[in-house]
Design a protein around this ligand. Structure first.
Ligand code: VGL
Ligand code: ZN
Length: 258
């Protein structure tokens, strides 16, 4: 008898049955786990962009990682060059001395200021994005996965945000489409593994987790975010993200582990 996807409850009920009775999994249920940006710079006490409670979700993520159900476990690392466009410090020029940022009269403020990102191949395509403190600079201690995370269970680690010219919250690609600027290859990797369902956890709920979940859904995967296995930069922003998912009928499920 086939077991039904895709609630997290069923996942673990299935695991128990699988272990105890050698039951077969439904062939149309091939879930992957995406662990987003569990890095020092997103965690207290020393992260430059620390998310409140960021470290506290690790035990649950490790529990999920140890489930034998997932056919693929992928972690991402935000991995920026020092001159990345999302760092407020890279926009601090006096407007008279630099043509770069006339919108900032000398100072861009992390969390508050925004900038416009243009498609390097098509200047007419652009979007506005938020500026941050410098974080996750490739190869620095702040960019390391936190040591509590059980990396031995992870099949593949993807680096994202490596192009200095664009913001890339999603584990899949950056927001520019005409043409695409960065693609991590994740969609192809999931398809090659014949993944049907994508479970998204990690940091931060209202940015990279949300963006990854939206793209997973748009790529045709049944998509689930585990509420207790993520934490937002801004609680109010995360509430709005969740409302938008429901209101727009996006079909991404936000489930509680509890
Ligand atoms: C993230 C802000 C900037 C994230 C990454 O991982 O959610 N947020 N870069
Ligand atoms: Zn970043």
């Amino acid at each position: 008898e086939w077991l039904m996807p895709p609630s997290i409850f069923n996942v673990f009920q299935t695991r128990l049955l699988d272990n105890e009775q050698g039951a077969q999994l439904e062939p149309d249920f091939r879930p992957a786990l995406l662990v987003v940006d569990m890095q020092e710079d997103f965690c207290p006490p020393n992260g430059t962009l620390a998310v409140t409670g960021g470290r506290s979700i690790t035990p649950l993520i490790n529990t999920l990682l140890s489930s034998p159900l997932f056919v693929l476990r992928v972690a991402t690392k935000d991995w920026h060059p020092p001159n990345h466009i999302s760092f407020a410090s890279n926009h601090n020029h006096t407007s008279s001395s630099s043509p770069c940022c006339p919108e900032f009269a000398g100072e861009a403020i992390p969390f508050l200021s925004t900038t416009t990102v243009h498609n390097p191949h098509n200047p007419s395509e652009s979007y506005t994005t938020r500026l941050w403190p410098a974080h996750c600079i490739a190869g620095t201690p702040g960019a390391c996965l936190i040591p509590e995370l059980d990396v031995s269970k992870i099949d593949k680690i993807l680096e994202k945000g490596t192009n200095p010219l664009v913001e890339m919250y999603s584990a899949f690609y950056d927001p520019l489409k005409n043409p695409r600027v960065s693609d991590s290859g994740l969609a192809q990797m999931l398809r090659e593994a014949r993944v049907t369902h994508v479970y998204v956890v990690g940091l931060a709920a209202d940015y990279c987790v949300w963006s990854t979940a939206m793209d997973a859904h748009n790529e045709g995967f049944e998509t689930v975010v585990v509420e207790e296995a993520t934490k937002p930069v801004d609680e109010e922003g995360w509430r709005r993200c969740k409302e938008a998912l429901v209101a727009e009928g996006k079909g991404v499920k936000v489930v509680r582990w509890e």
